[in-house]
Design a binder for this molecule. Structure first.
Ligand code: GRF
Length: 197
């Protein structure tokens, strides 16, 4: 049984896709042991509660500096001792010590076809604004392993999504979430849980 820790910051629709995938059987051999959010108001924590999953809030705002937060975050994660850490819209930089503790055991979902529109400053709607500004006809989502960089680790899965004429950033974001993110993140977890990766 793959024990996964899901880290969130916002609405939690990717967390919901994982919860639904496990309930529906498209993700097997997997258990969500806990959800960690840096944002106490994240609706993702409501989703966890409704699913009977432990929700933990560790916010950088509660610590004197980033080093103190990083230490507390890593201590909590090590206590949980997950097999896999899933970053599902987690807007906090992962401490390098955590990457070292969990080599190739942290995955992230990014809402573009990496290496396009990724790296520092590319998160949330900003990713889609940049794709539309560039005029790409195809965008999509990427699941990748997390390394010491930002969106730079080995790519696991990608799924392309058509950009429609007149798309707004929000419309493109919604289509990429529905058609790509909520498909490849559960699929990547199932592949890892069943030794196919
Ligand atoms: C998603 O678009 C994801 O790709 C990005 O942040 C957003 C999180 O959405 N990293 P949600 O919290 O899973 O709804």
């Amino acid at each position: 049984m793959l024990k996964i820790l899901v880290c969130v910051s916002g609405g939690g629709t990717n967390l919901q896709a994982i919860i639904d995938g496990i309930a529906g059987g498209t993700i097997t051999n997997t258990e969500i042991m806990a959800v960690i959010s840096n944002n106490p108001g994240a609706f993702a924590l409501e989703r966890a509660k409704k699913a009977g999953i432990e929700g933990i809030c560790i916010s950088p705002k509660d610590f004197s500096d980033r080093a103190a937060f990083n230490e507390a975050f890593l201590k909590k994660v090590d206590e949980l001792a997950p097999d896999l850490i899933v970053l599902a819209g987690f807007l906090v930089n992962i401490p390098k010590e955590m990457v070292e503790h969990y080599p190739n055991r942290i995955i992230n979902i990014h809402p573009s076809l990496i290496p396009s529109f990724c790296g520092t400053g590319y998160y949330g709607l900003k990713v889609h604004e940049a794709a539309l500004a560039r005029g790409v006809k195809v965008s999509g989502a990427t699941v990748h392993f997390v390394d010491a960089g930002t969106d730079t680790g080995p790519i696991i899965m990608q799924k392309a999504v058509e950009v429609m004429p007149g798309d707004t950033p929000k419309e493109l974001q919604k289509r990429i979430m529905e058609q790509a993110e909520w498909v490849i993140l559960p699929a990547a977890i199932d592949a890892i849980a069943n030794g196919r990766l």
